[in-house]
Design a protein around this ligand. Structure first.
Ligand code: PHE
Length: 340
């Protein structure tokens, strides 16, 4: 019995030291310590049948061998586990100091960027930002603005009419009326937003475009205020060197009406394709609010007066960036948009 135990020990130790994987170790464990067939298990189970003389001696030896083998198995097992971690550590090694891969970052559309800049300049002059609906009533888009039904001015604005008699606003001027209806003077607002015209599309015309409406009403607001505000805006937005000029212009809802031109920012006024060789570009239609418009919102034209303007935001953006085709803004071409 004693001899048998020693042989088992020797063979087992050899097998453990030669094991090549955790699986092999598990099999060895079963071979010696398996509940039913384990070689050592069987011997340990048989100890109780030995003679009283042999029992303590063999029992002691068997237990010692059992402990030794268990320790060896455990030791070998740990070696394998550590080796496994080493391999993972080598394979999955990362350099935490390496600069990361930047996810692609979107940005605001150039029209939105320009709109926000315009808002900033006017906000600093005390103008609030107002909004109105894109689907508008005929009254606000035309009648209240002194453009009655038969008036030829309606033909200047080719309109998308809706089946219910409403329309897509052809300009942001209806916001003037909506604001004045709700509030009492004095007031200073700008109203940026999308407008729509049923037009043939070309390099300078889109069926959808953006305007920024402006309105200032109060006692004694004059043409001098209009000029001061708009010239300040132009200089701050396009640069101090930009020159301006006011020409007469016709809009039914202002009297007198003007076109404010600026020196072409693309060529600096020398003449180029953007300003069609004139050195000037038309940028802000404007004028003194027509007394009929004031009456329509129940303001007293004898007491209050004011000015309004409506600039094409697309035009402003084109000037700002030297872009000669409005369609680029709405084409969704990332090669274009990524440049801003
Ligand atoms: N609403 C006019 C247009 O779109 C522009 C304008 C606004 C003119 C305010 C004068 C005053 O053509």
């Amino acid at each position: 019995m004693e001899k048998e135990l020693k042989t088992i020990r020797e063979i087992a130790l050899k097998e453990i030291s030669q094991a090549k994987s955790l699986d092999e170790l598990n099999n060895l464990y079963l071979k010696y310590f398996g509940r039913r067939k384990g070689k050592l298990t069987i011997i340990l189970r048989g100890i109780k049948d030995l003679s009283e003389k042999e029992r303590p001696k063999i029992g002691k030896l068997a237990n010692e061998i059992k402990q030794e083998l268990e320790q060896e198995l455990e030791k070998k097992k740990r070696e394998f586990q550590e080796a496994k971690i080493d391999i993972i550590a080598k394979k999955e090694w990362i350099d935490v100091t390496q600069p990361g891969v930047k996810p692609p970052h979107g940005h605001l559309h150039p029209i939105t960027q320009v709109r926000r800049e315009v808002e900033k300049v006017f906000s600093s002059m005390g103008f609030e930002i107002a909004e109105g609906p894109e689907v508008e009533k005929e009254y606000y888009n035309f009648d209240a603005l002194n453009i009655p039904k038969e008036h030829s001015a309606r033909e200047l604005m080719d309109t998308f009419w809706l089946k219910d008699g409403n329309l897509l606003r052809t300009h942001t001027s209806p916001v003037q009326v909506r604001v004045m209806e709700k509030r009492k003077p004095p007031l200073r607002i700008i109203a940026p937003g999308r407008c729509f015209r049923y037009e043939a599309i070309d390099a300078s015309h889109e069926a959808t475009f953006n305007q920024v409406e402006g309105l200032m009403i109060g006692e004694g607001v004059s043409l001098a205020n209009l000029k001061a505000v708009l010239i300040s805006f132009v200089k701050r937005f396009f640069g101090e060197e930009t020159k301006t000029r006011l020409r007469p212009g016709y809009f039914p809802f202002v009297e007198p009406g003007f076109e404010l031109d600026i020196t072409c920012t693309v060529c600096g006024g020398k003449g180029c394709s953007v300003c069609k060789g004139t050195g000037w570009v038309e940028i802000i239609p404007c004028g003194m609010v027509h007394p009929n418009v004031l009456k329509n919102v129940k303001y007293d034209p004898k007491k209050v007066s004011g000015f309004a303007f409506g600039m094409g935001l697309d035009r402003v953006a084109m000037m700002r960036y030297g872009i000669d085709d409005i369609r680029l803004f709405y084409g969704g071409d990332l090669r274009f948009l990524n440049q801003f």
